[in-house]
Design a protein around this ligand. Structure first.
Ligand code: UDX
Length: 447
């Protein structure tokens, strides 16, 4: 009989994973402790903006006309325990309040709730990003709590999906990494991932700590690459060089590669910032903190970019105070094709200027609801044109395609002054300058 799969937690990772598993042909049960999420998902609606996700969800959710019916949702741990042969734990591990370490309470409580329901053989697979050593600890907890005893096993299978590409990254991953302690666990995971592996995704088998570390070190590498190019942007600004050309030229060296060399206001989101901090915290606990001191610099270069954008904006409005100045902010989400505003550089910059007395108006194609909830005191507009109306300076902080396609003539007619600061190096300077705008970007010559 085909494997039955449960997915615990239905956030970005879990909702996508559940839909993708149904797409691969499995019977899937998704569980979340928030009843409203379960109601939405059961009605075929996704609680966040993620291109393509709602389509595959609706293709499989039971009760939707024409669906395969392979995907259902529940809030019942008992039902999940009885249903699954393989249980994927996909809950969040956010940064702890006021600390570098991540908060393991959602992972821990998922294991505490699921394990007592495991009365028959099952494989529990952790996908959440956790401090190295967590899998070994959770395996012990499973052994203590699961009624089926040794028939219940743990594996660790980190997830590398990017928001905005979540569906594609899940169905066609760059690699599948599994940390296992038995052949049986490996065999089950090979069965689960037979589809993507058949289409060429490499399948890397290793132990628990290495599997956990692949995720945190991958994110650290990506963060380092971004901060490296942003450090070069600082030097370019000092030396009148052009970081965009520099990145292009560096990227031709295949050992370096073109990707993740976009300089600007830096990285944000629910993963990179908190993952590098949690990694440093964990290395400290292990007595290996010296190995990761460079990540402190990566973090601080990144945070400095936001402050630098505030200073560029201050200069653009005449220096000194922002009082009485109108600042248009294009972008709220931490990156395009996402409505996620967690640790968003755009909103951080907007918030700093607002606190310094500037009159800030934000527009984002998808992130407005989340931004309004998190930053209720900022001003918001329904269109880019309205945000720019009367503005003394326009800040481009999230590189949505729609901002590259703006009618810059029309914007110029409503703007107070035609000054645009490109915090993502994504706009075409020639187009803006031709329409009479002063265009300035991070890490590029002024003129
Ligand atoms: C990241 C990892 O890419 C993914 O593999 C992991 O599973 C989760 O964390 P995500 O947070 O969705 O994914 O976004 P990503 O595309 O990595 O971008 C992160 C941040 O870096 C964004 O704020 C983005 O704007 C910024 N970034 C990215 C740059 O500033 N420059 C770049 O060149 C690339």
């Amino acid at each position: 009989m085909a494997l039955r799969i449960t997915v615990i937690g239905t956030g970005y990772l879990g909702a996508t994973h559940a839909a993708a598993m149904a797409e691969l042909g499995f019977e899937v049960l998704g569980l979340d402790v928030v009843p409203e999420k379960i109601e939405m998902l059961s009605a075929g609606k996704v609680p966040m903006y993620e291109p393509g996700l709602e389509e595959i969800l609706r293709k499989h959710v039971a009760g939707i006309e024409g669906s395969t019916g392979r995907l259902r949702f529940t809030t019942s741990w008992e039902e999940a325990g009885a249903f699954g042969d393989v249980h994927f734990v996909c809950v969040n591990t956010p940064q702890k309040h006021g600390e570098y370490a991540c908060d393991m309470s959602y992972v821990d409580s998922a294991f505490e709730s699921l394990a007592p329901q495991l009365t028959r053989p099952a494989l529990v697979v952790g996908k959440s990003t956790v401090p190295v050593g967590s899998a070994a600890r959770l395996a012990e907890r499973l052994a203590e709590l699961a009624p089926a005893g040794a028939d219940v096993e743990l594996a660790w299978n980190p997830e590398f999906l990017r928001e905005g590409f979540a569906v594609d990254d899940t169905l066609h991953p760059d690699r599948i990494v599994v940390g296992v302690r038995s052949e049986r666990a490996e065999k089950l995971l090979r069965e689960v991932y037979a589809g993507p592996v058949g289409e060429g995704s490499p399948f890397v088998v290793t132990d628990f700590p290495t599997a956990e570390l692949v995720k945190t070190s991958a994110n650290s590498f990506l963060a380092t690459k971004i901060s490296f190019i942003n450090a070069m942007a600082e030097v370019c600004e000092a030396a009148d060089g052009d970081v965009v050309k520099l990145a292009e030229a560096l990227g031709h060296d295949e050992r370096i590669g073109k990707k993740f060399l976009r300089a600007g206001v830096g990285f944000g989101g629910g993963c990179l910032p908190k993952d590098i901090r949690a990694f440093m915290a964990r290395a400290g606990e292990l007595g290996a903190d010296q190995a990761l001191t460079f990540l402190r610099e990566v973090d601080s270069i990144n945070m400095r970019r936001r402050g630098h954008m505030v200073e560029l904006a201050r200069e653009a409005v005449g220096g000194g105070s922002f009082l009485g100045k109108r600042v248009a902010v294009l972008g709220a989400s931490f990156k395009p094709d996402s409505d996620d505003v967690r640790d968003s550089p755009a909103l951080n910059v907007a918030g700093q200027i607002h606190l310094q007395g500037g009159q800030v108006t934000v527009f984002d194609p998808k992130g407005m609801d989340n931004a309004r909830r998190l930053f209720p005191t900022l001003g918001y507009a329904d269109t880019a044109l309205d945000a720019v109306r009367g503005a003394d300076v326009v800040l481009h902080l999230t590189e949505w395609r729609e901002f590259r396609e703006l009618d810059v003539e029309a914007l110029g007619e409503v703007a107070g002054r035609r000054i645009v600061l490109d915090g993502r190096n994504a706009l075409d300077p020639a187009v803006w300058r031709a329409a009479g705008w002063t265009y300035r970007a991070m890490g590029r010559p002024k003129a």
